[in-house]
Design a protein around this ligand. Structure first.
Ligand SMILES: Nc1nc2c(ncn2[C@@H]2O[C@H](COP(=O)(O)OP(=O)(O)OP(=O)(O)O)[C@@H](O)[C@H]2O)c(=O)[nH]1
Ligand SMILES: [Mg+2]
Length: 467
């Protein structure tokens, strides 16, 4: 099976066939950066690394296992790594000591040596012990899927809040996984406390490097949590201001690369970054849009989800994800051209449940309709009642999506039937924009409006109405 990624994820052993190819990619010794004085975060980065992927396949079909490893390869490439090889082991559950079985771990060591890889990436979240034991067997850096996702997020974070959120999640992950370097591998504790943040004097007498690292990380975490609390307050204030205007909030959510930013651009002309890359968007963008009924909404683009999104990352991104939790409607964007759209839907709903957005009204939108055949699309639409198909690329189906959003919007609580003098055209405009107009007629005294509006606007209308 070839998947265009240069490796066969189903293969459980290395053949001789492409050994020469892989050795041709072997790193030139001595060119790598000196590792003695980098921080743990820097050390764990997988940028520019040559990696071998390894997965444990416990449940599901062989197809699912392969898709998972193919996705891991895309994630690794997004992070900047070069994927040399990939192997899957079938087991009832991961080995508690070394993730893959110990025999398999020794085979993995041979693959690493043969391919010249400098990093192994495991398709799961490994316990601190598993990470250490496997590292001792394969004798190169081992990182897991969780860390890989954290690393991509770290590379893509632009805003200060985004950067702080990722840094905190990385440190939470690393704290229990710090290891005393020097016992194995080539990394030794340097003469100084390591990393620019430490500096001379941070290491007390008799303190080992690992203790210094832990202490430094803890104090950085405290600072980050304080910063995040500030960002959270700002975000809350902004959302409250939007709420006060009673503009319904709609959030685009969905699997990474599904086309959320493309849809925002198509609907609002926002000009947000669109990329064929995983996690292109980290910071939410909010734009206004007018619905066919004339009502205005705010439409928020958000960070994409992925299978097994690290839990502490979800926690850290609570501020960002609040756009989704507090929305009136979630437009759940699905890539219809994906090999397994229904698995994506399940993964996204899993995260939505984690962040407490399960009860928010959801519209499933199958995007990229231009890239799938009619039959597949019909099948998808049938299995998700109320879903719509669109193409952000061609614009097909967008009108239908806007109608679906319009209908899903919450109805303002007060119904009014009043005559508003012509001099108050401003109020009538607000009914058009913020309320739901049911009927409008013009008489001598003014405009007769039947509409549903929020209580505040209802009171203002009543105050000026012609009796
Ligand atoms: N064929 C086709 N490609 C699309 C369509 N919509 C988006 N794409 C492509 O899909 C890729 C991802 O699009 P984005 O809009 O960046 O996706 P996203 O969901 O915002 O992704 P992240 O922010 O990374 O989670 C890009 O290469 C787009 O050009 C579509 O309707 N048809
Ligand atoms: Mg995006």
């Amino acid at each position: 099976m070839s998947d265009g990624l240069g490796f066969d994820p189903a293969r459980t052993n290395v053949g001789d066939l492409d050994l020469a190819d892989r050795q041709a990619l072997r790193r030139v010794a001595g060119l790598s950066t000196e590792l003695t004085d980098v921080t743990e975060v820097e050390y764990r980065q997988v940028r520019l690394e040559q990696v071998v992927l390894v997965g444990v396949w416990t449940t599901g079909t062989v197809d699912q296992a392969e898709r998972s490893l193919t996705e891991l390869a895309r994630l690794a490439e997004t992070a900047g790594a070069l994927v040399l090889d990939g192997v899957i082991q079938r087991r009832d559950r991961p080995d508690p000591a070394t993730y893959i079985g110990s025999g398999k771990a020794r085979e993995l060591r041979e693959i690493v040596v043969a391919s010249g890889a400098d990093t192994v990436i495991c398709d799961g979240e490994l316990s601190p012990g598993q990470l250490r034991h496997l590292e001792d067997v394969v004798q190169v850096k081992v990182v897991d899927r969780t860390w890989l996702i954290l690393d991509i997020f770290a590379q893509h974070a632009r805003s200060r809040a985004g950067k702080a959120q990722v840094a905190l999640a990385q440190m939470e992950y690393l704290l229990p996984r710090l290891r005393g370097w020097g016992e194995s591998l080539s990394r030794q504790a340097g003469g100084r406390a390591g990393g620019a943040a430490g500096g001379v004097g941070t290491r007390g007498p008799g303190e080992t490097k690992i203790e210094t690292d832990r202490r430094r990380i803890r104090s950085q975490m405290t600072r980050l949590r304080r910063d995040l609390a500030d960002f959270d307050r700002i975000g809350r204030t902004q959302r409250r201001a939007r709420r006060r205007s009673h503009t319904p909030a709609v959030a685009l959510a969905g699997y990474t690369n599904a086309g959320k930013s493309s849809l925002l651009n198509r609907i609002t002309g926002a000009g947000v970054l669109v990329e064929d890359a995983l996690f292109a968007t980290l910071d939410p963008t909010v734009r206004r849009a007018k619905m066919p009924s004339g009502r205005e909404i705010t439409l928020a683009d958000t960070v994409g989800f992925v299978r097994h999104l690290p839990h502490n990352l979800v926690e850290a991104f609570r501020t960002t994800l609040a756009e989704v939790c507090e929305a009136d409607v979630i437009v759940h964007v699905v890539d219809a051209s994906d090999a397994a759209p229904r698995e994506q839907i399940a993964a996204v709903r899993d995260v939505l449940a984690q962040i407490g957005a399960r009860d928010v009204r959801e519209i499933i939108v199958f995007n990229k309709s231009d890239a799938v055949d009619e039959l597949t699309l019909t099948g998808l639409l049938q299995r998700e009642p109320g879903s719509v198909a669109v193409s952000a690329a061609t614009g097909e189906g967008i009108a239908g999506l806007l109608n679906a959003i319009d209908q899903a919007l919450p109805h303002p609580s007060e119904e009014v039937d009043l005559v508003i003098p012509y001099a108050r055209g401003d109020l009538i405009a607000r009914v058009h924009r913020d309320g739901e107009l049911l009927d409008e007629q013009h008489s001598e005294q003014g405009t007769r409006l039947k509409a549903r509006v929020e209580p505040g606007l209802a009171a203002e209308l009543a105050a000026v109405a012609v009796r």
